[in-house]
Design a protein around this ligand. Sequence first.
Ligand SMILES: Nc1ncnc2c1ncn2[C@@H]1O[C@H](COP(=O)(O)OP(=O)(O)OP(=O)(O)O)[C@@H](O)[C@H]1O
Length: 329
Amino acid sequence: MNGLSLRDVVVRYGSATAVDGVSLDVAPGSVVALLGPSGCGKSSLLRAVAGLEPLAAGTVSWDGVPLAGVPVHRRGFGLMFQDGQLFAHRSVGGNVAYGLPPRSEARVASLLDLVGLAGYEPRGIATLSGGERQRVALARALAPQPRLLLLDEPLSALDRALRERLAVDLRAALLATGTTAVFVTHDQDEAFAVADRVAVMAAGRILQVDAPADLWTRPVSREVAAFLGYEAFVPVDAPAAAPLRAVLEDPPPSGTLALAEGAFVVGRSGAVKGVVRGVSSRRGRSEVRVEVDGIGVVTALGPVGGRWSDGDVVELGVEPDAIAVLDDA
Ligand SMILES: Nc1ncnc2c1ncn2[C@@H]1O[C@H](COP(=O)(O)OP(=O)(O)OP(=O)(O)O)[C@@H](O)[C@H]1O
C-alpha cells in the first residue's frame, strides 16, 4: 500500500485509551479529514502518526514501511496547528523560507501567491490578521514539500466566515501541490469542504470513512447520522414515513429514514402537516421548528420573513436531499 497506512493503532495515556484500534489508509495525493467531537482522540491519532505520541499497539507505515522507531524529524511529514506557531521575529518571507535552501526567493514568492498573499514577504508577523497568519503557516508547512501534511484544527481559531473561505482555499492549495494530507476538525462543514474522504471518529474509534457525498447520503449508523446533523429517525415501514418514501427516487423496503434540517419545507404544499414550535431568522431563510406526528420535532426551512406563530398548523413539502436511509443491520 502506497501512502499512509494505519493498522490497529492504539494510543494510551496511563490507563486511559485515547485511540482504540484505528485502521486507515490515505492514498498519495489525497486528503482525509478526521472528524469527531471534542475528546474523541483525533489529535492523539494525528500526533501518533507524526511520531509525537508513542503507540501502545498497532503500526503506522509509509509506502509499506513501518515507522516504529523513526523520530518525528525523520518522517518527512509536515505539521500545522490551530495556532500556526510562526516565528514572531522573522518576516513573512523569512517564515516561509525557513527549512528551504538559501536563495529560495522565487519559491517563497510562488508559495505566498498560492495561499493568496503575493507580495507579503517583508511584512512582520505582528501586523497580520489571524487568517493571514494561518495562510503563512500553510505556505511554510508546504514549502519543504512534505510527503504527508498533518493539520490539527488549522482553522478553528478563526471566525466562521473566514473559516469557510479558508477551507476552500486550503483545499485548492493542497490539490494544486498534490499534497497528501490528514486534517483534524470537529466541524462537519469544514471536513466536507476540505477532504476527499472523511473519517468519522467517536470514543477513539473510526465509525465510517467515505467521500463526503456518500457519508451524507449513506451514514452507516444512527450515531454517525446524528453527528452529521440528522435530527429525527423514523422506521421506513411506519405510517409517518409514507410521504417521505414517496419523494425518494429509490425507496428502500426496510431500514430507517434519517431526517436532516430542511427535510421539510414550509410553504410548499405537501402531504405532511406540522405544528409550529418556534421560529428563528437566518440569512436567506427562516428555520421553523415543527412537530410532526410520528416523527417528532424537526427543523423545517421556510422563506425569509414568513410569519408563523407557535401552534400554527402548516403544510410541509419534503426535500429528498435531506433524507438518508440507514440499514438496520
Ligand atoms: N497528554 C495527555 N495526557 C493525558 N490524557 C490525554 C492527553 N492528551 C489527550 N488526552 C486525553 O485523550 C482523549 C483524546 O484526546 P484528543 O486530544 O486526542 O481528542 P480530540 O478529539 O483531538 O479532542 P479536541 O478536539 O478537544 O482536541 C481525551 O480524553 C483527552 O483528555
